[in-house]
Design a protein around this ligand. Structure first.
Ligand SMILES: NC(=O)c1ccc[n+]([C@@H]2O[C@H](COP(=O)([O-])OP(=O)(O)OC[C@H]3O[C@@H](n4cnc5c(N)ncnc54)[C@H](O)[C@@H]3O)[C@@H](O)[C@H]2O)c1
Length: 465
């Protein structure tokens, strides 16, 4: 890495521990390259814990900080609670003391680098809620000192780093790019993805100054093969939103076309497969019961909220959200139409949803479309709505605690009037599901290779009314 000119070579003494902390960039780079640093990770969830474990597995002293005491206790006992991480890695880092966990933010002072990986949800009115970022930043600010490198990773609207985080950090007079170093570097982790993981997924970094970017790139290069610098935090914030909005808009397009295909008698799945034979200029997206998780559903709203301040209406984002959020309602109507064909009333119908998680092979239930489908069925007076999901033992649906069926067996399937594939987990035995179900509504094209599926399976977007 090229050496950069330091903006500040002053040494600031820390009063309490009389240690010397420097904001000299070449010296900090030397320490980073020698891995003579302590990493702090604030927020130990789906993003923060894998990040902390990556650094700790490289033998770097890493301190995780979270407000959730259950997570701290679990980690102190060497227990993993994130599906994507190998439990033996967590146990090893904790045993070797390269990973420690605490709810005490004062440890930030000992850290050279502080990543902020807290949630960015929306309010009930779907406006950004950056209160977790604000709280975490205020806590970090209490220990901010010369030479600190702060990297925000939570997905958020452009300007959060410079207009919200930076002023909070600078209340005590330190300046970004001079005394301490601030950047935004969005997360790209894709839980459940067997090919792309933290190490081989390139990431983007945008610092408040050139030195901020250089230092943040150097830190990230310890665990990531390719790190791409951009000129400002705003570019990095916006590019993350573009990635997620790109997905939201394209999924909405196929979801809309799936509904049209059902009316005009064309199979959308065959259409997408045929279009995918074009070797350039096309990328396949597939319809489904809606979108969920903590990213694709929420993040577009961050930008459309921000755009309003600039008298700008983000039409694509709003339209995509409208279509995607209508999909659980469309699935409900498919289910109720199927019930109407059975010798059972809506009230007495027994419905089994297969897969509650928001996507295949993960245990993440946040904003899951399957949950929404279940809620809508309950609302319509269908009392007997159950589910099976090997990753979600129980869940709260509309104020009722519902337990997953323990196992998926022929006897279980035979109990239900309609079986709905809401999430296509790869552990499901689709042959058995089709063979032993009365009728299957498939919202994911999961039964495409099952012999004899045509008779029993109603596929979303298959073009049959
Ligand atoms: N989950 C993903 O796949 C993914 C992918 C890319 C980006 N992101 C983004 O990363 C951010 C974090 O997402 P996540 O999925 O890891 O969330 P998460 O809910 O799994 O984890 C967040 C953690 O932060 C903790 N926390 C909340 N407020 C805190 C505070 N003030 N101080 C300390 N800890 C606090 C919570 O207890 C929790 O453990 C979000 O902005 C999200 O949009 C997530």
């Amino acid at each position: 890495m090229a050496k950069t000119k330091s903006t500040s070579t002053k040494t600031i003494k820390n009063q309490s521990q009389s240690m010397q902390y420097v904001s000299d960039v070449p010296e900090l780079l030397t320490r980073i390259q020698a891995r003579n640093i302590t990493i702090g990770v604030v927020g130990l969830g789906y993003v923060g814990l894998p990040l902390a474990v990556e650094f700790a597995m490289k033998g770097i002293q890493t301190i995780g900080i979270d407000i959730d005491d259950r997570k701290i206790t679990a980690l102190r006992n060497g227990e993993n609670y994130i599906q994507d991480i190998r439990s033996e890695n967590v146990a090893q880092c904790v045993a070797e003391k390269t990973l420690t966990a605490t709810n005490d933010f004062s440890v930030c002072e000992q850290c050279d680098v502080i990543f902020i990986c807290v949630p960015t949800p929306f309010t009930p009115n779907k406006e950004p809620d950056i209160s977790h970022i604000v709280h975490a930043t205020e806590e970090v600010a209490k220990s901010l000192r010369a030479g600190h490198i702060v990297i925000l990773k939570s997905t958020t609207f452009p300007g959060t780093t410079t207009k919200y985080v930076q002023p909070l950090l600078e209340k005590n007079g330190l300046k970004a790019g001079k005394d301490y170093f601030l950047s935004f570097s969005p997360e790209r982790i894709d839980p459940g993805n067997k090919v792309w993981h933290t190490g081989n997924t390139p990431i983007v970094v945008g610092g408040v100054s050139k030195d901020c970017t250089t230092l943040s790139v150097a830190i990230n290069e310890i665990i990531i093969e390719k790190v791409i610098p951009v000129t400002t935090p705003e570019v990095a914030e916006m590019e993350k939103l573009l990635e997620n909005i790109f997905r939201s808009v394209n999924i909405a397009l196929v979801n809309e076309l799936a509904q049209l295909c059902d009316r005009i008698g064309v199979n959308i799945w065959e259409v997408v497969e045929a279009a995918s034979t074009k070797p350039f200029g096309f990328m396949p997206f597939f319809p489904g019961p809606g979108i969920g998780g903590h990213c694709i559903l929420i993040d577009p709203y961050y930008l459309s909220w921000m755009a309003r301040e600039f008298d700008f209406v983000t039409n694509f984002i709003t339209l995509a959200a409208e279509v995607n959020e209508s999909m659980p309602f469309y699935v409900r109507s498919m289910i109720e139409r199927e019930v109407a064909r059975q010798p059972v009333t809506l009230e007495k119908a027994k419905i089994l949803l297969l897969g509650m998680a928001f996507k295949r092979d993960v245990d993440d239930l946040r904003h899951s479309p399957a949950l929404k489908v279940a809620e809508l069925l309950f609302e319509d007076g269908i009392k007997n709505v159950s589910y099976y999901d090997p990753y979600i033992p129980e869940t709260d649906i509309h104020g009722r605690i519902v337990k997953s069926e323990k196992r998926l067996t022929p006897q279980v399937l035979e109990k239900y009037d309609v079986v709905v594939i809401t999430t296509d987990h790869s552990s499901f035995d689709y042959d058995m599901i089709v063979k032993h179900s009365n009728v299957v509504i498939d919202t994911r094209n999961a039964c495409k290779n099952v012999k004899g599926a045509k008779k029993k399976v109603r596929l979303l977007g298959e073009g049959k009314r």
